[in-house]
Write a protein that binds this ligand. Structure first.
Ligand code: V47
Length: 353
Protein backbone atom coordinates (compact mmCIF):
# COMPACT_ATOMS: atom_id res chain seq x y z
CA UNK A 1 0.00 0.00 0.00
CA UNK A 2 1.43 3.38 -0.99
CA UNK A 3 0.28 5.48 1.92
CA UNK A 4 1.75 8.72 0.66
CA UNK A 5 -0.23 8.39 -2.59
CA UNK A 6 -3.37 7.59 -0.62
CA UNK A 7 -2.83 10.65 1.60
CA UNK A 8 -2.22 12.81 -1.46
CA UNK A 9 -5.52 11.61 -2.93
CA UNK A 10 -7.23 13.06 0.20
CA UNK A 11 -9.79 10.28 0.28
CA UNK A 12 -11.15 8.84 3.52
CA UNK A 13 -8.84 6.35 5.23
CA UNK A 14 -10.01 2.91 6.32
CA UNK A 15 -9.01 0.88 9.37
CA UNK A 16 -6.04 -0.89 7.75
CA UNK A 17 -4.72 2.38 6.37
CA UNK A 18 -5.17 4.06 9.73
CA UNK A 19 -3.12 1.36 11.42
CA UNK A 20 -0.46 1.56 8.71
CA UNK A 21 -0.10 5.32 9.27
CA UNK A 22 1.77 4.49 12.47
CA UNK A 23 4.57 3.06 10.30
CA UNK A 24 5.07 6.34 8.45
CA UNK A 25 7.86 8.58 9.61
CA UNK A 26 6.83 11.38 11.92
CA UNK A 27 7.73 14.20 9.53
CA UNK A 28 5.57 12.81 6.74
CA UNK A 29 2.68 12.40 9.16
CA UNK A 30 3.22 15.95 10.41
CA UNK A 31 3.24 17.31 6.88
CA UNK A 32 -0.10 15.73 5.93
CA UNK A 33 -1.73 16.52 9.27
CA UNK A 34 -0.59 20.13 9.01
CA UNK A 35 -2.00 20.36 5.50
CA UNK A 36 -5.43 19.36 6.84
CA UNK A 37 -5.19 21.71 9.80
CA UNK A 38 -4.13 24.63 7.63
CA UNK A 39 -6.90 23.95 5.09
CA UNK A 40 -9.45 24.49 7.84
CA UNK A 41 -7.86 26.96 10.23
CA UNK A 42 -4.63 28.31 8.82
CA UNK A 43 -2.26 29.12 11.65
CA UNK A 44 -5.01 29.81 14.18
CA UNK A 45 -4.83 27.98 17.49
CA UNK A 46 -7.95 28.08 19.62
CA UNK A 47 -8.18 28.23 23.39
CA UNK A 48 -10.74 29.41 25.90
CA UNK A 49 -11.03 30.87 29.34
CA UNK A 50 -12.54 28.11 31.40
CA UNK A 51 -12.72 26.56 34.84
CA UNK A 52 -12.96 22.87 35.71
CA UNK A 53 -15.02 22.00 38.77
CA UNK A 54 -15.26 18.43 40.08
CA UNK A 55 -17.98 18.55 42.75
CA UNK A 56 -17.33 15.11 44.22
CA UNK A 57 -14.72 12.37 44.06
CA UNK A 58 -16.86 9.75 45.78
CA UNK A 59 -17.45 7.08 43.19
CA UNK A 60 -19.44 3.89 42.90
CA UNK A 61 -17.32 2.76 39.96
CA UNK A 62 -13.78 1.46 39.99
CA UNK A 63 -11.79 2.49 36.93
CA UNK A 64 -8.26 1.21 37.21
CA UNK A 65 -6.62 4.23 35.57
CA UNK A 66 -8.34 6.74 37.85
CA UNK A 67 -6.43 8.43 40.66
CA UNK A 68 -9.14 11.01 41.30
CA UNK A 69 -11.74 8.74 42.88
CA UNK A 70 -11.68 8.74 46.69
CA UNK A 71 -11.31 5.00 47.04
CA UNK A 72 -7.99 5.14 45.21
CA UNK A 73 -4.51 5.29 46.62
CA UNK A 74 -4.97 8.79 47.89
CA UNK A 75 -8.35 8.80 49.66
CA UNK A 76 -9.67 12.23 50.48
CA UNK A 77 -13.43 11.95 49.97
CA UNK A 78 -15.36 15.15 49.40
CA UNK A 79 -18.72 16.26 48.13
CA UNK A 80 -19.30 19.98 47.63
CA UNK A 81 -22.57 21.62 48.57
CA UNK A 82 -24.28 23.77 45.94
CA UNK A 83 -23.07 26.81 47.89
CA UNK A 84 -19.48 25.62 47.62
CA UNK A 85 -19.84 24.94 43.91
CA UNK A 86 -21.33 28.42 43.41
CA UNK A 87 -18.43 29.91 45.35
CA UNK A 88 -16.07 28.20 42.92
CA UNK A 89 -18.08 29.62 40.04
CA UNK A 90 -17.93 33.14 41.57
CA UNK A 91 -14.16 32.84 41.79
CA UNK A 92 -13.97 31.52 38.22
CA UNK A 93 -16.02 34.43 36.86
CA UNK A 94 -13.84 36.86 38.81
CA UNK A 95 -10.83 35.34 37.03
CA UNK A 96 -12.51 35.73 33.64
CA UNK A 97 -13.92 32.26 32.96
CA UNK A 98 -16.54 32.07 30.22
CA UNK A 99 -17.06 28.33 30.49
CA UNK A 100 -17.60 26.09 33.51
CA UNK A 101 -16.71 22.46 32.92
CA UNK A 102 -18.36 20.29 35.57
CA UNK A 103 -17.53 16.62 35.89
CA UNK A 104 -18.19 14.51 38.98
CA UNK A 105 -17.51 11.01 40.15
CA UNK A 106 -20.48 8.61 40.33
CA UNK A 107 -21.71 9.39 43.82
CA UNK A 108 -23.91 6.52 45.08
CA UNK A 109 -26.39 8.64 47.00
CA UNK A 110 -26.07 12.32 46.15
CA UNK A 111 -29.47 12.26 44.41
CA UNK A 112 -30.60 13.58 41.05
CA UNK A 113 -31.29 17.08 42.27
CA UNK A 114 -27.78 17.49 43.71
CA UNK A 115 -26.42 16.64 40.27
CA UNK A 116 -28.91 18.66 38.24
CA UNK A 117 -30.09 21.73 40.17
CA UNK A 118 -26.65 23.29 40.29
CA UNK A 119 -26.79 24.02 36.56
CA UNK A 120 -29.95 26.06 37.01
CA UNK A 121 -28.38 27.96 39.92
CA UNK A 122 -25.30 28.78 37.87
CA UNK A 123 -27.32 29.94 34.86
CA UNK A 124 -29.57 32.04 37.05
CA UNK A 125 -26.62 33.87 38.55
CA UNK A 126 -24.47 34.01 35.40
CA UNK A 127 -26.64 33.65 32.30
CA UNK A 128 -23.64 34.36 30.05
CA UNK A 129 -21.62 31.39 31.30
CA UNK A 130 -21.46 28.30 29.11
CA UNK A 131 -22.11 25.21 31.22
CA UNK A 132 -20.35 22.13 29.84
CA UNK A 133 -21.34 19.33 32.15
CA UNK A 134 -21.99 15.65 32.72
CA UNK A 135 -20.06 13.04 30.79
CA UNK A 136 -21.91 10.18 29.12
CA UNK A 137 -20.53 8.01 31.94
CA UNK A 138 -22.39 10.16 34.48
CA UNK A 139 -25.56 10.17 32.38
CA UNK A 140 -25.41 6.38 32.23
CA UNK A 141 -24.74 6.08 35.96
CA UNK A 142 -27.62 8.40 36.87
CA UNK A 143 -29.88 6.49 34.52
CA UNK A 144 -29.04 3.15 36.15
CA UNK A 145 -29.05 4.52 39.71
CA UNK A 146 -32.32 6.45 39.56
CA UNK A 147 -34.21 4.50 36.89
CA UNK A 148 -34.53 7.25 34.29
CA UNK A 149 -34.10 6.66 30.58
CA UNK A 150 -31.22 8.40 28.80
CA UNK A 151 -33.79 10.64 27.08
CA UNK A 152 -35.21 11.69 30.43
CA UNK A 153 -31.79 12.56 31.85
CA UNK A 154 -30.74 14.47 28.73
CA UNK A 155 -34.00 16.42 28.76
CA UNK A 156 -33.47 17.36 32.40
CA UNK A 157 -29.98 18.58 31.50
CA UNK A 158 -31.46 20.66 28.70
CA UNK A 159 -34.13 22.08 30.97
CA UNK A 160 -31.62 22.91 33.73
CA UNK A 161 -29.34 24.82 31.37
CA UNK A 162 -26.51 22.49 30.34
CA UNK A 163 -25.13 23.94 27.10
CA UNK A 164 -22.85 21.15 25.93
CA UNK A 165 -21.44 17.82 27.06
CA UNK A 166 -17.75 17.15 27.71
CA UNK A 167 -16.05 14.21 26.05
CA UNK A 168 -15.08 12.22 29.14
CA UNK A 169 -15.83 8.59 29.84
CA UNK A 170 -15.06 7.34 26.33
CA UNK A 171 -11.73 5.87 27.48
CA UNK A 172 -11.08 3.25 24.82
CA UNK A 173 -14.02 1.65 23.01
CA UNK A 174 -12.56 -1.79 22.37
CA UNK A 175 -14.66 -4.01 24.63
CA UNK A 176 -11.83 -6.32 25.72
CA UNK A 177 -9.58 -3.47 26.83
CA UNK A 178 -12.51 -1.62 28.31
CA UNK A 179 -13.43 -4.62 30.46
CA UNK A 180 -9.89 -4.59 31.86
CA UNK A 181 -9.67 -0.86 32.61
CA UNK A 182 -13.21 0.20 33.52
CA UNK A 183 -15.50 -2.78 33.42
CA UNK A 184 -18.55 -1.41 35.24
CA UNK A 185 -18.65 1.91 33.48
CA UNK A 186 -20.91 2.90 30.58
CA UNK A 187 -20.43 0.52 27.66
CA UNK A 188 -18.91 1.83 24.44
CA UNK A 189 -22.19 1.47 22.58
CA UNK A 190 -24.07 3.33 25.26
CA UNK A 191 -21.46 6.11 25.38
CA UNK A 192 -22.05 6.59 21.66
CA UNK A 193 -25.83 6.25 22.03
CA UNK A 194 -25.94 8.99 24.68
CA UNK A 195 -23.95 11.41 22.52
CA UNK A 196 -26.15 10.58 19.54
CA UNK A 197 -29.28 11.38 21.54
CA UNK A 198 -27.73 14.61 22.84
CA UNK A 199 -26.81 15.65 19.30
CA UNK A 200 -30.32 14.82 18.15
CA UNK A 201 -31.65 17.25 20.75
CA UNK A 202 -29.65 19.91 18.90
CA UNK A 203 -26.61 20.11 21.20
CA UNK A 204 -22.87 19.70 20.72
CA UNK A 205 -20.35 17.60 22.62
CA UNK A 206 -16.72 16.50 22.59
CA UNK A 207 -15.13 13.07 22.42
CA UNK A 208 -12.05 11.87 24.31
CA UNK A 209 -9.81 8.85 23.97
CA UNK A 210 -7.60 7.70 26.83
CA UNK A 211 -4.42 6.22 25.35
CA UNK A 212 -0.96 5.09 26.36
CA UNK A 213 -2.04 2.41 28.87
CA UNK A 214 -2.77 -1.21 27.87
CA UNK A 215 -4.36 -0.53 24.50
CA UNK A 216 -2.48 -0.87 21.25
CA UNK A 217 -2.45 1.20 18.10
CA UNK A 218 -5.25 -0.78 16.44
CA UNK A 219 -7.53 -0.03 19.39
CA UNK A 220 -6.94 3.70 18.91
CA UNK A 221 -7.84 3.49 15.22
CA UNK A 222 -10.96 1.48 16.06
CA UNK A 223 -11.91 4.17 18.60
CA UNK A 224 -11.51 6.94 16.02
CA UNK A 225 -13.56 5.08 13.41
CA UNK A 226 -16.45 4.51 15.81
CA UNK A 227 -16.48 8.27 16.50
CA UNK A 228 -16.22 9.10 12.82
CA UNK A 229 -19.19 6.82 12.04
CA UNK A 230 -21.35 8.59 14.62
CA UNK A 231 -20.19 12.00 13.42
CA UNK A 232 -21.31 11.07 9.88
CA UNK A 233 -24.81 10.59 11.32
CA UNK A 234 -25.08 13.60 13.65
CA UNK A 235 -22.30 16.13 13.05
CA UNK A 236 -22.51 16.89 16.77
CA UNK A 237 -18.88 16.52 17.88
CA UNK A 238 -16.90 19.74 18.09
CA UNK A 239 -13.58 18.31 19.16
CA UNK A 240 -11.61 15.12 19.55
CA UNK A 241 -9.35 15.03 22.61
CA UNK A 242 -6.70 12.33 22.87
CA UNK A 243 -5.87 12.13 26.59
CA UNK A 244 -2.42 10.83 27.45
CA UNK A 245 -2.58 8.32 30.30
CA UNK A 246 -0.99 9.62 33.53
CA UNK A 247 0.62 6.92 35.56
CA UNK A 248 0.63 7.79 39.28
CA UNK A 249 -1.67 6.75 42.16
CA UNK A 250 -3.78 4.26 40.27
CA UNK A 251 -4.21 0.52 39.85
CA UNK A 252 -3.33 -0.03 36.20
CA UNK A 253 -0.20 -2.03 35.94
CA UNK A 254 1.45 -0.32 32.97
CA UNK A 255 5.08 -1.13 32.32
CA UNK A 256 5.89 0.95 29.28
CA UNK A 257 4.92 4.55 28.76
CA UNK A 258 4.51 6.46 25.55
CA UNK A 259 7.25 8.71 24.28
CA UNK A 260 6.56 12.09 22.74
CA UNK A 261 6.83 10.72 19.21
CA UNK A 262 4.01 8.24 19.75
CA UNK A 263 1.84 10.97 21.28
CA UNK A 264 2.48 13.27 18.29
CA UNK A 265 1.84 10.38 15.88
CA UNK A 266 -1.51 9.68 17.52
CA UNK A 267 -2.51 13.35 17.36
CA UNK A 268 -1.50 13.58 13.69
CA UNK A 269 -3.31 10.34 12.85
CA UNK A 270 -6.46 11.56 14.57
CA UNK A 271 -6.39 14.67 12.36
CA UNK A 272 -6.07 12.42 9.29
CA UNK A 273 -8.64 9.81 10.30
CA UNK A 274 -11.25 12.17 11.72
CA UNK A 275 -12.02 14.03 8.54
CA UNK A 276 -15.42 15.08 9.88
CA UNK A 277 -14.57 16.33 13.40
CA UNK A 278 -13.37 19.91 13.05
CA UNK A 279 -11.14 20.37 16.08
CA UNK A 280 -8.29 18.25 17.41
CA UNK A 281 -7.48 19.29 20.93
CA UNK A 282 -4.02 18.80 22.40
CA UNK A 283 -5.09 18.83 26.03
CA UNK A 284 -2.02 20.36 27.66
CA UNK A 285 -2.93 18.95 31.10
CA UNK A 286 -2.06 15.46 29.88
CA UNK A 287 0.52 16.12 27.17
CA UNK A 288 2.36 18.97 28.98
CA UNK A 289 2.15 22.46 27.51
CA UNK A 290 5.46 22.00 25.70
CA UNK A 291 4.29 18.99 23.75
CA UNK A 292 0.88 20.59 23.15
CA UNK A 293 2.68 23.49 21.48
CA UNK A 294 4.62 21.07 19.27
CA UNK A 295 1.34 19.27 18.50
CA UNK A 296 0.25 22.40 16.67
CA UNK A 297 2.65 21.20 13.95
CA UNK A 298 0.98 17.77 13.96
CA UNK A 299 -2.65 18.62 13.31
CA UNK A 300 -3.83 20.03 16.64
CA UNK A 301 -5.64 23.38 16.40
CA UNK A 302 -6.94 23.69 19.96
CA UNK A 303 -5.16 23.69 23.33
CA UNK A 304 -8.26 23.66 25.60
CA UNK A 305 -8.06 26.52 28.06
CA UNK A 306 -6.83 28.14 31.22
CA UNK A 307 -8.68 25.49 33.36
CA UNK A 308 -7.84 27.44 36.56
CA UNK A 309 -8.03 24.29 38.70
CA UNK A 310 -7.56 20.69 37.58
CA UNK A 311 -8.11 17.62 39.76
CA UNK A 312 -8.45 14.49 37.62
CA UNK A 313 -5.19 14.34 35.69
CA UNK A 314 -3.18 16.05 38.42
CA UNK A 315 -4.26 13.31 40.86
CA UNK A 316 -2.47 10.89 38.52
CA UNK A 317 0.70 12.96 38.26
CA UNK A 318 0.05 15.70 35.69
CA UNK A 319 1.36 19.17 36.52
CA UNK A 320 -1.95 20.84 35.81
CA UNK A 321 -3.56 21.50 39.19
CA UNK A 322 -3.27 25.30 38.96
CA UNK A 323 -4.23 25.76 35.32
CA UNK A 324 -2.50 28.25 33.02
CA UNK A 325 -2.54 32.03 32.95
CA UNK A 326 -4.44 33.60 30.06
CA UNK A 327 -1.46 35.74 29.08
CA UNK A 328 0.91 32.76 29.15
CA UNK A 329 -1.35 30.97 26.69
CA UNK A 330 -1.25 33.89 24.30
CA UNK A 331 2.51 34.37 24.62
CA UNK A 332 3.32 30.67 24.19
CA UNK A 333 1.10 30.22 21.14
CA UNK A 334 2.49 33.39 19.58
CA UNK A 335 6.14 32.54 20.18
CA UNK A 336 5.58 29.06 18.75
CA UNK A 337 4.54 30.67 15.46
CA UNK A 338 0.76 30.33 15.63
CA UNK A 339 -2.08 32.82 16.04
CA UNK A 340 -3.84 32.59 19.41
CA UNK A 341 -7.61 32.85 19.03
CA UNK A 342 -9.75 33.01 22.12
CA UNK A 343 -12.91 31.08 21.33
CA UNK A 344 -16.19 30.47 23.08
CA UNK A 345 -17.23 26.94 23.95
CA UNK A 346 -18.83 26.39 20.54
CA UNK A 347 -15.74 27.65 18.70
CA UNK A 348 -17.06 31.06 17.74
CA UNK A 349 -14.03 33.33 17.57
CA UNK A 350 -14.00 35.99 20.31
CA UNK A 351 -10.64 37.61 19.85
CA UNK A 352 -7.51 37.03 17.84
CA UNK A 353 -4.20 38.10 19.40
O1 V47 B 1 -12.77 10.31 30.92
C1 V47 B 1 -8.87 9.68 34.24
C2 V47 B 1 -9.50 10.82 32.08
C3 V47 B 1 -11.30 12.07 31.68
C4 V47 B 1 -6.73 9.56 33.97
O2 V47 B 1 -14.64 17.67 26.73
C5 V47 B 1 -7.26 10.28 32.91
O3 V47 B 1 -13.43 19.45 26.50
C6 V47 B 1 -5.17 10.56 32.01
O4 V47 B 1 -12.99 14.14 29.80
N1 V47 B 1 -4.61 9.84 33.00
C7 V47 B 1 -12.08 13.27 32.17
N2 V47 B 1 -6.49 10.79 31.93
C8 V47 B 1 -11.53 14.56 31.55
C9 V47 B 1 -12.20 14.89 30.26
C10 V47 B 1 -11.93 16.15 29.55
C11 V47 B 1 -10.79 16.86 29.81
C12 V47 B 1 -10.59 18.06 29.12
C13 V47 B 1 -11.50 18.53 28.22
C14 V47 B 1 -12.64 17.81 27.97
C15 V47 B 1 -13.63 18.33 27.01
C16 V47 B 1 -12.86 16.61 28.63
O5 V47 B 1 -10.09 12.04 32.39
C17 V47 B 1 -11.87 10.71 31.89
C18 V47 B 1 -10.61 9.85 31.80
O6 V47 B 1 -10.41 9.38 30.49
N3 V47 B 1 -8.59 10.31 33.10
N4 V47 B 1 -7.74 9.21 34.79
C19 V47 B 1 -5.33 9.33 33.99
N5 V47 B 1 -4.76 8.57 34.93
Amino acid sequence: MDLVKILESKRRLNKEEGEALYELDLYTLGKFATEKRVERFGKKTFFNSNRHINPTNICADVCKFCAFSANRKNPNPYKMSHEEILKNVDEAVELGAKEIHIVSAHHPDAGMSWYMDIFELIKKKYPFLHVKALTAAEVDYLSRRYGHSYEEILNIMKQKGVDSMPGGGAEIFDEKIRSRVCKDKVSSNNWLKIHEKWHNLGFKSNATMLFGHIEDRAHRIDHMIRLRDLQDKTGGFNAFIPLVYQRENNYLNVKEFLGSQEILRTIAISRLMLDNIPHIKAYWATSTINLALVAQEFGADDLDGTIQKESIQSAAGAKSSQGMKFKDFIDLITTSGFIPVERDSLYNELKSY
